[in-house]
Design a protein around this ligand. Sequence first.
Ligand code: PLP
Length: 399
Amino acid sequence: MPQLAKRMGRAKPSAIMVVAEKAKQLKAEGRDIISFSIGVPNFLPGEHVYAAAREALAKDSGQYGSNRGSDALLDAFLKHIEQVGLTGYTRANCATGIGAKHVLYNLCEALLDEGDGFAFATPYWTSYVDIGEILDADIQLLPCPAEQDYKLSPAQLDAALAKKPKLFLFNNPSNPTGMVYTRDEISALADVLVKYPDTWVITDDIYNRMVFDGIGYHNFVHARPELRDRVVFMDSLSKTYGMPGWRAGFMVGPEVVAKAVTTMNSNHITNIPEIVTAAAVAALSGPQDIPIAKCTEFQAKRDQVMAALNAIPGVVCPTPQGAFYAFPDISVAFGKSHDGKRIANDVDFCNALLDAKGVACVPGSAFGEPRGLRISYTCPTPQLAPGLQRIQEFFAELK
Ligand code: PLP
């Protein structure tokens, strides 16, 4: 039998989905499960989005579309990013894809050759490692533990870039930690970036509309405009508009990069479907009351999660200021037992918590930080307090 390509030996299915699948199975068996596992926003877009999709369906041209994205979609995206201070870009700076994950995959393929240095902080969003491994990049992890609030310091970045990676990938707000960099922190990192002109920079900032406590969203090109010729900003409809399954993602950056992503599109997806395009335009340009209300709701849920976690002795959780994740350090539980089951690590912890209390979380090792646990707190509000209470009980029962 012929063999699969070597790169498939490096490709792994998403670790997050493994937990979600187990939780789903237990639920199907009739268990009372509260899921804090997958990073879905758990709300739907406004009626205007569906109306635009229906209208597009009624007038469907049935034709292939633009590899880059339709002019109407690119224009709507450009207007949208102006609201976060990303101005002065044109359609030629943009490209679209089937979700930000697809855009990121294209970007990495366009920017990285085999063996090229690919640097990013841990904890990281799982796909960064998976994509880097498929492409056989030289992954350079920059550890950012809870003690430094899961944030990259300028000195760390300096040391990493001195090794001349081809690509530095940054994520703000962060999945899985919910950390958000302040204006001053972004500015200090941007000062380091300008020293290393041979490194491309991707800012995966798809949670940029979900920032709490008034700290605002900041980007390297706000701080140092001269970085525009090598910083690529990524965005998505998935989280902001409650549209993960619609699959629309975006990038804006140097023209040469946008053109490369467009070329990649021409060789696999061809275009985002017309109906999704219409829905995306409506989401980006229509009323923004749902995303704004959801951001307020997530901030209140963040407060509830933090109050519960701070009440557990030995658990340390830097306060998230964006997205919808909290990432407590739960290593205080390691070496203890629950109901006779020994907890040696984060995976044991998650399995025992799911089995004993029916609460699904994702082990931190999926994100490169095995002392952590990701809590995604977008569940229906009535489930949040009981879910948190079960986590508290679980800790209290450890021996
Ligand atoms: N980047 C980060 C940091 C994410 O958390 C996710 C989804 O969880 C993505 C990118 C991918 O988003 P999309 O649904 O647009 O592919």
